[in-house]
Design a protein around this ligand. Structure first.
Ligand code: DP6
Length: 318
């Protein structure tokens, strides 16, 4: 039995759209922050006595279609044939709507490869995790990470971006804990296929990656925050312009977004981002967290979570 832990990540420069859906190769590179407080623990045992894979998530039996195609990649690579028992627990505050495929497939990549006898490098693990879910490629690493879009399986992987001078923090605003209304995977494909804004998004987002690298290098928080908000809004604009039209925004999403803008006008370093759901994540610096919380409390009391950069995926038991 091998037990691994991987943390969720939130993209600052977003990934949205696959050039190759089978290999999960993206149209653009992306940059993310791995978070300390939200993670998945996954145990994998390959057992010759099993006649099928078995998967439980948070104590409930779940369809093996969520793990078997991924385990098949690991088996092929390791030259093994045994089925596996996979047990996952999401450590995300109850109903936060943050349970993520990123931490799930990063933890599964690490636990399953190791249980199968493979000893993969972080880069190889990132490539493998990518095959489960694109954003999982980045959760192999702690702190800031870039997923290079690459041109094929071998060149599309993430790597860490050390940023010792940035004291980042994130405040998550729980607008809604309801299950996602649309899966990001199908909506992503629809945006690529139908949104007239998608080609513009690709061109702009890829340029933003270069600007973000320079901003991180310079530890320029204002530039990092500005680029973060731009990438999120541009992704959501491309989504909205798809056919059929759709948005993840809910009324309170805009309430939170406007509160962040007002904070900034008052001189507090805070910037908003948002993914495939209505919750808003506020990127800030550790010293400004009390001000961010104070500004959001009136509207979102009891629905605010604060976290900081988290560590790389790791083996807990082998
Ligand atoms: C909005 O990585 O969940 O969070 O590759 O289809 O599994 P698949 O998609 P996934 O999409 C993440 C989209 C996003 C932006 C991001 O994390 O970069």
């Amino acid at each position: 039995m091998t037990l691994a832990r991987a943390h969720t990540n939130i993209a600052l420069i977003k990934y949205w759209g696959k050039r190759d859906a089978a290999l999960i190769l993206p149209y653009t590179s992306s940059i993310s922050l791995t978070l300390a407080d939200f993670y998945t623990d996954t145990a994998v045992t390959f057992d010759p006595a099993l006649d099928a894979d078995a998967f439980t998530l948070d104590g409930t039996v779940r369809p093996t279609t969520m793990v078997t195609p991924f385990l098949d990649l690991v088996r092929a690579r390791a030259g093994r044939h045994a089925f596996a028992r996979v047990t996952s627990v999401n450590h995300v505050p109850t109903a936060a709507g943050l349970a993520s495929s990123a931490s799930a497939y990063a933890a599964l990549a690490l636990a399953a490869s190791r249980a199968a006898g493979l000893r993969l490098s972080p880069r190889e693990l990132s490539q493998l995790a990518r095959r489960g879910s694109g954003s999982a490629s980045r959760s192999i690493f702690g702190g800031l990470a870039i997923w290079h879009r690459g041109t094929d399986d071998a060149t599309s992987f993430a790597e860490p971006l050390p940023a010792p001078n940035l004291k980042l923090a994130m405040v998550v605003v729980l607008v809604s804990a309801a299950a996602k209304t649309r899966s990001s995977r199908s909506l992503m494909a629809n945006t690529v296929a139908t949104s007239p804004y998608y080609p513009a998004w690709v061109a702009h987002n890829q340029a933003a990656v270069e600007e973000m690298l320079a901003a991180i290098d310079a530890a320029d928080f204002a530039a990092i925050g500005h680029l973060t908000e731009q990438s999120a809004m541009q992704m959501h604009a491309a989504i909205m312009a798809g056919d059929p039209a759709f948005t993840y925004f809910e009324p309170e999403t805009l309430v939170a977004w406007q509160a962040v803008q007002a904070l900034r006008e008052a001189g507090v370093p805070a910037y908003a981002t948002m993914d495939a759901g209505p919750n808003v994540k506020v990127l800030t610096v550790q010293d400004a967290v009390p001000q961010v919380l104070a500004a959001l409390e009136p509207q979102f009391a009891g629905r605010l979570l604060t976290t900081t950069p988290g560590p790389a995926a790791t083996i807990l038991e082998d």
